[in-house]
Ligand binder design. Structure first.
Ligand code: FES
Length: 363
């Protein structure tokens, strides 16, 4: 008799925790199962059918992402019946998708093409003549590529269950089902907060980023990912800067920001509009690279940091002497580190003797 917390997967005995699905238990054990509509942050819906497995005693194949593990379950994930199902399913998806993987992956990696490649030997079906009208949207960040949508609704569920925004939905019927906003309005006119989570979770690039730097970049898998902490506020969201090492005459350039996997603390793979899309300031030509000092001619001129700090100190001292320390006020930023903010209040209180100090995250 099997233990109360064990299942048998492809002759391997695995433990499961209460409430876990077959997929949870197999993934925790390091076994791979194909998925397209699954995301650990979302309620499973079993929409894409790519994770179907054979469960002894069940007449039909069962979705691993949605079927709770139960004691003594005997599961086959790679027998002939399951593999035949996967081949037919992926062929059907591909007959309704961009055929050429390199053309498809001009933005994010396509999970559908990756699964098809892993499986190999797919029957070639006649491509469907699905006619999607181009879905232009005047927002500057997110592009709809309706022809790539496989109607898995991962983006729709993310927008609803994680963001609580409900800005996008599946529209149309049958072959014409695709991703859009309700009534086809612009994301700008919807409740969308432009967080880009839909772009992040989409397995096929049907929701894509349209920032100019990312549009001209190498495929995402060829970019170097550098994990860092977003500095737009104090939450500490983790983000991956995607660096194209060959860009900017070999200096390297950040061409995209992507989320780390769900489960990464503290932000669980979520980002806001600023964290995900406001990265082009890094190499922006308007960005100051040296201090500027106003000269006797009234114009600003590049100067050294020493000269700029000296001029600043002299100006602050002059005001304090003439009008008293409380004529000064120091404003810091939530984008600075704790240590930098500490130093600003120390400068204000200890050096100039005023409590006129503020920081935009302070209440
Ligand atoms: S991942 Fe299980 S049905 Fe889509």
């Amino acid at each position: 008799m099997s233990a109360p917390d064990q299942i048998l997967v492809d002759d391997q005995t695995l433990k499961f925790c209460p409430g876990e699905t077959i997929l949870d238990a197999t993934r925790r054990a390091g076994c791979s199962l194909p998925t397209l509509c699954h995301d650990p942050r979302l309620e499973p819906v079993g929409a894409c059918r790519s994770c179907l497995v054979e469960v002894k005693g069940q007449r039909r194949l069962m979705p691993a992402c949605k079927t709770p593990a139960s004691p003594g379950m005997q599961i086959e994930t790679r027998n002939e019946r399951v593999l035949r199902h996967q081949r037919v399913l992926l062929s059907l998806y591909l007959s309704d998708h961009v055929g050429d993987p390199s053309e498809c992956e001009d933005g994010a990696p396509c999970e559908l093409h990756a699964l098809a490649k892993d499986l190999g030997n797919l029957p070639v079906l006649v491509p469907l003549q699905r006619k999607h009208k181009p879905r232009a949207d005047r927002n500057p960040f997110i592009e709809f590529r309706s022809e790539r949508c496989i109607a898995c609704a991962r983006c729709v569920r993310y927008c609803d269950e994680v963001e609580g925004v409900n800005a996008i939905t599946l529209t149309g019927r049958g072959l014409h089902t695709t991703i859009s906003t309700a009534s086809g309005i612009s994301l700008y006119d919807s409740t969308c907060e432009l967080c880009g989570g839909c772009v992040d979770v989409c397995p096929t690039g049907a929701m894509a980023e349209k920032m100019p730097l990312s549009a001209g970049a190498a495929p995402e898998r060829e970019l170097e990912k550098v994990r860092t902490t977003c500095n737009y506020c104090g939450v500490g969201c983790q983000m991956d800067l995607n660096v194209d090492r060959a860009a900017a005459a070999g200096r390297g350039q950040v061409v995209k920001v992507t989320s780390p996997p769900a489960g990464t603390a503290p932000s669980d793979g979520n980002l806001c509009v600023k964290g995900r899309f406001a990265y082009d300031f890094i190499d922006h030509p308007d960005r100051l690279s040296t201090p500027l000092l106003r000269g006797a001619d009234g114009n600003l001129h590049p100067a050294s940091w020493e000269a700029a700090l000296e001029r600043t100190a002299a100006g602050l001292q002059e005001v304090a002497k003439k009008h008293g320390a409380d004529a000064l006020a120091f404003v810091s930023s939530a984008r600075c580190t704790m240590e930098e903010n500490y130093l600003v209040q120390k400068l204000s209180r200890a050096v100039f003797g005023t409590n006129n100090v503020h920081q935009c995250a302070a209440t």
